[in-house]
Design a protein around this ligand. Sequence first.
Ligand code: SF4
Ligand code: FES
Length: 218
Amino acid sequence: MKFTLNIWRQKGPGEKGRFVTYEAGDVSSGMSFLEMLDSVNQGLIAKGEEPVAFEQDCREGICGSCSLVINGIPHGPDRGITTCQLYMRRFPDGAVIRIEPWRARAFPIIKDLVVDRRALDRVMQAGGYISVNTGGAVDGNVLLVSKDQAETAMDAASCIGCGACVAACKNASAMLFVAAKVSHLALLPQGKPERTRRVRAMLEAMDREGFGSCGNHR
Ligand code: SF4
Ligand code: FES
């Protein structure tokens, strides 16, 4: 397969960025999107050109690092997966693909497709923790959690902090992220003592970091 890629290139935070067109040839349908970018970068390096900077780590859909807006959709056209789990067979041979970084005031661009997402860490620092008293370990059965509550807390805990919801939101709100963290902790007994303070602290941090408000639009 072969593809035409329009990739956002930007040398640094204060620099003017632009789309640059690259041809990706010899792509197999079983390649992941990031492997396809790896091969484009190998070609650029071989020609003595600067490779495209993009973020990745686990390549297993669990770390949330791989932050690309593909054809206008954060993480690309498939639902419920991250960019590293997207495969080239999802695109028709010869397709033109536009690749951009997350776009949000709270996520300034560091280089090319890499953005600074530490604002989410600071929102977590503001309230996404629990207080643990030191001393002997508490018996497991002292803190009973019903199966339903444990399951719902686990659903909320599946937020990997990738920031795609911010990139997808027209207001660049981090409300989905905050709601996932608040729900996860509030549903468990360990998180109950701080639950009221947590919501206020995280929402205030969200505003401070420059995320937009949730407009609840469809
Ligand atoms: S809620 Fe947002 S930050 Fe969390 S996994 Fe979903 S898109 Fe990523
Ligand atoms: S690289 Fe870890 S989720 Fe994609």
